[in-house]
Structure formats: structure tokens, C-alpha cells
Write a protein that binds this ligand. Structure first.
Ligand code: EPU
Length: 349
């Protein structure tokens, strides 16, 4: 039986269906939701001897839960956004619990530019640096200044500067060497009053083609991104999903050349080190799996990189489908694709 302790915002043996965007039924040992750094510190002082049993839950939008999660889930629901203007720049410090899209909208309303391409990404501010969220040619690392976090084992508060976060494509040190060790409490970003628009990602220019040059404002870009995303990506309120389920795989230049010869239509982008990032959505689509269904687990009909829960899929159902998709891509293209989402509970990738 779940109960709520007024003092600690603590829910025991809680059900997690409403706390993950896949809408999957799962449970955990305990869920503790904090509203300030002070609450985190005092709770950790009493409980940090159990730190190996903690898992930090962000907005639950990049998570596949399977069965019972044998962890105490911690959530930093810290609100509040502070703005500090510095000439044409503005430093924005947002609490980890602020909804990401609401932050994007608020900054655009204030005339601060930089986050427009990252509109409508589900989840909270605190989760954004963990996987270095990105869309339409912009990644969080492009705007990131620093973050504050509390070490779970000691309760110590630390500031991580950009170079300490080891950002890469859908990756940071918080998914690597420091995985599971910190709870992020705030994130600081540098935005600008002067627009520096990034319009080169495929569909954006096309979406803005009805506007004159002066009409292409950061808000117009945000609206275009919202339109593109809404046309391809399912709304978790209507159809459970966690955005892209897989990362786009990165292959050597020679593997890319070989594949391109065999599949001339292959969609790929050269990255800085000369390797190529392949569009996993294209691979899955070409393998004939777009719209494929295994019970209530499905490959989305409009974007093959997204797996969806049609209603009663369990975490295991989604995982079985994901394994089948990955196996099919390996067999057809000789390419390994890996999940972008965290898999947590009674099974792993
Ligand atoms: N494609 C297909 N069929 C599909 C899906 C895609 O042919 O079913 C082709 C598209 O036509 C396009 C290419 O694959 O040529 C890339 O597709 P898209 O532009 O939709 O982007 P993506 O690579 O599939 C990535 C991110 C998304 C992000 C978009 C836009 C990853 C894992 N995903 O998807 O991020 O919104 O680019 O920047 O990098 C997320 O992380 O949850 C997410 C949604």
C-alpha cells in the first residue's frame, strides 16, 4: 500500500505508471521527491549509507521501466529560474525540476535566444545534461555553462563546469564514469539577446519557407520545430513513448562507404572525426519495421526510431520488441544499434 509522509514527500512501494512517459506499470522500493537543496542534504545525511540503492529519476521521459525497480528513486523537483543579463548575453539558472519546454517558452517570451531548436523536448531541466539532449542541429552542450549537483554518497555540493561534463552525442559523464553518483539540482545556460539561428537541419528551412527573412525570428523557428516534432513524434499523453528509443549509430568511414554502395539511399551525416552517423530511423524503416507491432508494443507509424505503448505493454514487451528491431538491423545491415533510453528494473539490454 502506498502512503505519503507529509514531512519527507516520501512515497513507499509506489506505482510508477504515471511517472514514466511510456505509461508502463512498474513499481519501486520508495520514491522521494525533494523541493530544495536543503531537503536533499538533510535527507541524505540520514540515508546516505544506502546510496547504492538510489536512482535519480528525471522527468521519466527517457526511461524504460521493467517490473519491480529495486531502488529508492529520488526526484529533484526544484523549481525557479533566475536571469542575469551580461551585455548581449543572459545567464539563465534553472532548477532541476523545471519543465524543459516551459523553460524554452519562457526564455523566448523574454526575448532570449538559443533554445528555440530544443522546443517541445519532454522532461525536466535536471535530466537535460545527463544525455546532452539535442534536436535540429543544436545540443544542450552548445548553451551549457555549468550545473550544480549533490553527491549521493557524501551529500557534498559540487559545481560542474562545461569541460568537466564530458559531453558527446547523447552522452555526458553522468551516463559514464559518474553514472548514478549525483543528483543534479540546477543547470545554468548562456543565451543571447541577439538571435544566432541554426536553420540548416533538414526540414526547418522548408517549414519556414513561407516567411520573409525578417519574419524568421527565434519564435518562428520554435514554432517550426514544434510543428515538425508534433507531426512525427507521438504525444506521450496520447501514446506512451520515450522519444527516440535508439541512438543513431556511428560507424567508420569505410563501413559507411560499403553500406552506401549497397544501399545508395542510406541517410547519414559525417561527424567531426570523419566517421558517419547513420539515421537509425531510416534503417528500421527500410527493414520494413515501421508500424510493426508485437502485442501492445509497437514501432511508431510515423517515426521508426520511436517505440510506443499502445496501452498495456509491459516493460518486457517493449524490450522484446527493441531486441527484435536491433537483431533485424544487425542481420540486414551489419550495424549495431543501442538504446538511448535508460532501462531500469528486472532486465537490461
Ligand atoms: N527517417 C526515415 N524513416 C523514419 C524515420 C526517419 O526514413 O521512420 C529518416 C528521415 O527521413 C531523415 C532521417 O531518417 O532523413 C533522420 O530522421 P529525423 O530527422 O526524424 O531524426 P532522427 O535522427 O530520427 C534525431 C534525434 C531526435 C531529434 C531529431 C531531430 C536521436 C537518437 N534522435 O532523430 O531526438 O528530435 O533527430 O534533431 O539522435 C530523442 O532523442 O528522443 C529525439 C526525438
Amino acid at each position: 500500500m502506498a502512503y505519503l509522509s507529509k514531512e519527507l514527500n516520501l512515497v513507499q512501494k509506489t506505482r510508477l505508471k504515471k511517472l514514466n512517459s511510456f505509461g508502463i506499470e512498474a513499481s519501486c522500493e520508495q520514491l522521494v521527491s525533494f523541493h530544495s537543496e536543503a531537503e536533499i542534504s538533510s535527507w541524505l545525511a540520514l540515508n546516505n549509507n544506502q546510496s547504492e540503492r538510489f536512482f535519480v529519476l528525471g522527468g521519466g521521459s527517457n526511461l524504460l521501466l521493467i517490473g519491480h525497480v529495486p531502488y529508492i528513486l529520488l526526484q529533484a523537483n526544484i523549481q525557479g529560474v533566475e536571469y542575469q543579463e551580461q551585455g548581449d548575453d543572459v545567464l539563465v539558472k534553472a532548477g532541476a525540476g523545471v519543465n524543459w519546454h516551459q523553460l524554452v517558452m519562457q526564455t523566448l517570451d523574454k526575448g532570449y535566444c538559443g533554445l528555440e531548436n530544443l522546443s517541445l523536448i519532454p522532461g525536466n531541466v535536471g535530466a537535460a545534461p545527463i544525455q546532452n539532449i539535442g534536436a535540429y542541429g543544436v545540443e544542450l552542450k552548445d548553451l551549457f555553462v555549468e550545473l550544480e549537483a549533490i553527491e549521493l554518497a557524501t551529500g557534498d555540493k559540487l559545481v560542474f563546469a562545461h569541460q568537466e561534463c564530458d559531453f558527446a552525442y547523447r552522452h555526458s559523464i553522468f551516463k559514464g564514469a559518474l553514472k548514478g553518483q549525483y543528483i543534479i539540482t540546477s543547470v545554468s545556460l548562456k543565451l543571447s539577446k541577439i538571435p544566432k539561428l541554426k536553420l540548416d537541419y533538414g526540414p526547418i528551412r522548408n517549414e519556414l519557407s513561407h516567411l520573409s527573412d525578417s519574419g524568421i525570428t527565434p519564435k518562428a523557428v520554435s514554432e517550426a520545430v514544434i510543428k515538425i516534432r508534433s507531426s512525427k513524434l507521438p504525444d506521450p499523453e496520447e501514446l506512451g513513448n520515450a522519444g527516440s528509443f535508439f541512438k543513431n549509430p556511428i560507424v567508420s568511414a569505410s563501413s559507411y562507404q560499403q553500406l552506401k554502395q549497397q544501399f545508395p539511399e542510406l541517410v547519414a551525416f559525417e561527424i567531426a572525426d570523419g566517421r558517419y552517423k547513420l539515421a537509425a530511423g531510416w534503417l528500421i524503416d527500410q527493414a520494413g519495421l515501421k508500424g510493426y507491432r508485437l502485442g501492445d508494443a509497437g514501432v511508431h507509424k510515423k517515426q521508426a526510431l520511436v517505440l510506443v505503448n499502445y496501452g498495456d505493454a509491459s516493460g518486457k514487451d517493449i524490450l522484446s520488441l527493441a531486441r527484435f528491431v536491433a537483431k533485424t538491423i544487425d542481420e540486414k545491415f551489419g550495424v549495431t544499434i543501442e538504446p538511448e533510453v535508460w532501462i531500469l528494473g528486472e532486465a537490461s539490454w
